[in-house]
Design a protein around this ligand. Structure first.
Ligand code: NAD
Length: 247
């Protein structure tokens, strides 16, 4: 496939390597300099690409995704922190008849982790004297927190745990409210991405932990999603894609 990279930072470069390894051709690299008014890439800048892979910043992603749909191109979006504008983007994709697959984490290992965490939440629902929390750690360049993956973990757990009414980035001062699911974030050094779910019992504890070794796992998943979304109209999550091949 002919691929356009929208956002040519750390992830854009990792995706280029993964796409090239799979035999795809990167025909356009569109970073801020090629998108100076930040209204999104135009058709001529896309240089005949069949699919675009977007890893930019939360403020730029919605405009990029709307512009890519208007340009008639199928898109994979890995940018996190913009989902409050998902409805607007979904409408633009529907109006254009193009395809979009988005995920806060394209690592297939993380997708397996999500399934394990859901099962852990179902068990913890019965362990009524156990507490549950989420911890994430990333490199110090990351702009949003908690990570999109941590938000997704928290939402998965809230669906299973009737004794937690909401999640909160914390902890806030004072004793922790047992009805709140605590999510904590660390930013330090060059950590590629660690997510853990702690199940804290009165006498022992269980920790489920996923640790990325680098960016290759995210990049390979994004390229797999690009192969899947090509020619498939509508807005999808990575879960939709995996439910075709996984249980
Ligand atoms: P980065 O800062 O290295 O790269 C972002 C790039 O986007 C920069 O080069 C920046 O100049 C460019 N950019 C900014 N505005 C732009 C615009 N309007 N048009 C085009 N390019 C623009 O960041 P990164 O580590 O590559 O991460 C990018 C995003 O991907 C972040 O939101 C991060 O949280 C997310 N991420 C997602 C996954 C996943 O699997 N979904 C994995 C890692 C990172």
């Amino acid at each position: 496939m002919k691929v356009a990279l929208v956002g040519y930072g750390r992830m854009g470069r990792a995706v280029e390597e993964a796409a090239t390894e799979r035999g795809h051709e990167v025909v356009a690299r569109i970073d801020l300099a090629e998108n100076p008014d930040a209204t999104g890439p135009t058709k001529d800048r896309l240089a005949g690409a069949e699919v675009a892979i977007e890893f930019t910043v939360p403020e730029a992603a919605p405009a990029n995704l709307v512009a890519l749909a208007a340009a008639g191109i199928d898109v994979v979006s890995g940018t996190t922190g913009w989902y409050d504008r998902l409805d607007e983007v979904r409408s633009a994709v529907a109006a254009a008849g193009t395809g979009l697959v988005y995920a806060p984490n394209f690592s297939l290992g993380v997708q397996a982790f999500f399934r394990l965490v859901r099962a852990a939440g179902q068990l913890a629902e019965r362990l009524t004297d156990w507490d549950v929390h989420v911890l994430e750690a990333h490199h110090r360049h990351k702009v949003d927190h908690p990570s999109g993956t941590a938000r997704k973990l928290a939402e998965l757990l809230l669906q299973e745990l009737s004794r937690k009414s909401r999640w909160e980035l914390g902890p806030a001062a004072g004793p922790a409210d047992p009805t709140v699911l605590q999510v904590s974030a660390v930013r330090a050094g060059e950590i590629a991405g660690i997510h853990s779910v702690g199940l804290e019992g009165p006498d022992d504890r269980i920790e489920l932990r996923h640790e990325a070794r680098g960016r290759a796992g995210f990049a390979k998943g994004a390229v797999a999603a690009a192969e899947w979304i090509r020619g498939r109209p509508g807005t999808f999550t990575l879960d939709d894609m995996l439910s075709e091949t996984w249980i």
